[in-house]
Design a protein around this ligand. Sequence first.
Ligand code: 26W
Length: 821
Amino acid sequence: AKSADTSSITYSKAQIKQSIVKHLHSTLGTDENKANNHAWWKATSAAMQELVLERLRTTQKTHYINDTRAVHYFSAEFLMGRLLSNNMHNFNLFETADAALKELGVELTDVLEEEPDMALGNGGLGRLAACFLDSLATMDLPAIGYGIHYEHGLFRQEIKNGAQIERPDSWRHYGNPWEICRPESIQEVPLFGYVETKYGANGRVKKEWHPGNIVKGVPWDIPIVGYGAKTVNVLRLWQSESSDYFNWDVFNSGGYVDAQRENIQAETISKVLYPNDETRAGKELRLIQQYFFCACSLKDIIRRYKRAHGDDWSRFSEQVVIQLNDTHPAIAIPELMRILVDRVELDWDTAWGICTKTFAYTNHTLLPEALERWPVRMIEKILPRHIEIIYEINHRFLSLVEKKWPGNNVIKAKLSIIEESTEKMVRMGNLSVVGSFAVNGVAEIHSKLVKENLFPEFEALWPGKLKNVTNGITPRRWLKACNPLLSELIGKKIGNDWPSDLTRLNKLSEFADNTTFQNQFMKVKQKNKEALAAEIKHLTGISVDTKAIFDIQIKRLHEYKRQHLNLIHIMALYKRLLEDPSYDMHPRVFIFGAKAAPGYTLAKDIIFAINKVADKINNDPRVNHIIKVVFLPNYRVSLAEKMIPAADVSQQISTAGKEASGTGNMKLALNGAITIGTLDGANIEIAEEVGDDNIFIFGMTVDEVTELSKKGYNPFDIYYHNNEVKAVLDWLDTDYFTPGQPGALSSLKNSMLSGGDPYMCLADYESYSEANRALNIAYRDKSRWAKMAILNTAKMGKFTSDRSIADYVERIWKLTPCTVE
Ligand code: 26W
């Protein structure tokens, strides 16, 4: 990674001030006296966007002139969060803008709060895409993100009487100062209809797709500013609209109302993000969304390629690499084949050669319910030509399998892209592996499991195709911008190069034993805790003791992430305190943030249970000076930015083998939180970096989980042998936490007992409880804890997304940076 040279940007406080006021007047039509914070936010953003667009023009010109190879990151989700603070930091103008606004009588921090989160993603996968865009631009790599311009991002969560309520998110309702519409690059997308087989004079079979519907894709560009603001790439998001000309006939035949109905249908495609994380919705509209943005993006790529290379397709895969962010964009593989075979009229082998040199695929999950499979009949109806192509791909692929394992139909059935169940299905993971030149998992352990368990025979077929690239996070957003106090302290100690070369943080190790530095470090943590305490008070009315341990679990609500393990342990602590008021424990605040998929009943039950247990404990004077439980509603990127700097403890407690990587674990450790976690995903690599003394590892390993499953796991064995576990689970059946409503929390108990405890909470309980005891003891030793916290920050260098991107470049993309002057 290079260091940020911000010398090229000379923009004075006076100039910023002038630009903001200009936009207040001419963009917002208001003035300094009338403007509220929202208007100031818009004017300040518009002032920044002027600089951004100038760098964007230069970047695009430079990339064009140099005819650069670029990565095209296809993702159904980009969880961008807010952009103003980020863009200011990357332009190195944060302090200047702060000062400029102060002179105008405005607080920048208040202005920043006006910006709605751009929440076009569910969780880890979407946020990873956003971090990667930041790193790509920072490292001067030509890249474009392609996705969907959802009108509504992930739902807003409200908590009513302890239960989650979903409300629509309307992030663009009052306009988005960062996006630019590009009507000149509108694309058309065919859907439905039928395929006609034609025979050419030369005997060549020609397939012609007669679509039943055509929709328009309108591109919106969001500039992505790299750190140091030299390269500005774009995120191009497609919005669906009805195609005017397609509906023209209906209009002409007097069907005005019918035509309007068609409009609504077309516009539905980009209306809303599916809120499912790790479970398939299996809905037709979701498949249409996937095809819609892939088709638009491929046409866009091809148009740009043709402008430079005409009809010479031989160089396509030299110029274009397409990264598939999970299988959500996998339909791009048959779509490119369709274009090359049906439109360009290349022969199959040439087309397939191009395809399989262009695509690479990242797997983000092993959970069976998350692996995408689409009914053959559904694809047939929506994309009649694509299903033919998928069958052809599969046919040729199975001949290869036959050559490798002659006569072995078991292997063939396993590897086949088509699953021959009663309802025939297309396995998008298999399609992605077959159609890509590289496949990667997102942490060492995960990639190993991808290779050994998910796609075992593929490794034998194509040795070396399956790789690892461990995830990362951008230190610009997740330390520099979100934790200014710590950033300043670090800067004073080791200089200001760390945001673009995070391994430099290791220099902090030298001071881990230094009492003065320990005090400074913990003083920053204390201030951040006070700020979060104020936010907690503001959002929930709950007062928390800022001298308590701030223990944080923030992530989507899912059984495999085991928020319910955390909860039963909290209940056990509560019980210990009730039974023995002198029970020795440092005060602790357990803080949760989590959204549940609207249709995931048990996940919603867990949220309800957390809130009910919280109510009881927080209002119980016997314990509420020692334990507090807080559930912060509407967890999202901007809330994470407030929580992470204040964490003492990071809960990363998934069942081993289930969390592909995790990235919140990296963010929390980077900000000096100590992890209590299982040997799962990137926790393993975090433990390697920080060392066993600076992390609390507990629970079964992946191998032990596998062994226990094989042997047969019975949660009742633990229930009957561990009195604490039994008492806590039985407590859930009473009406203690839900007065007058016995049984309101029973579904939790049932899932961990008669439900078979699929994620083995009870099997790991004892070990988790022990790790918590050790943690409690460690916190009592202020100096020891400070040292651990410092070392966590110091040892996170590996987890910058710059390193992840460097790995992608070296192992998969083979890109060269392009310096933009
Ligand atoms: C089809 C429904 C669906 C939707 C989203 C299935 C699967 C997903 C994503 C793959 C879920 C996801 O975000 N996975 C997370 O990806 C992160 C980035 O690699 C990892 O850090 C997390 O461990 C993984 O759960």
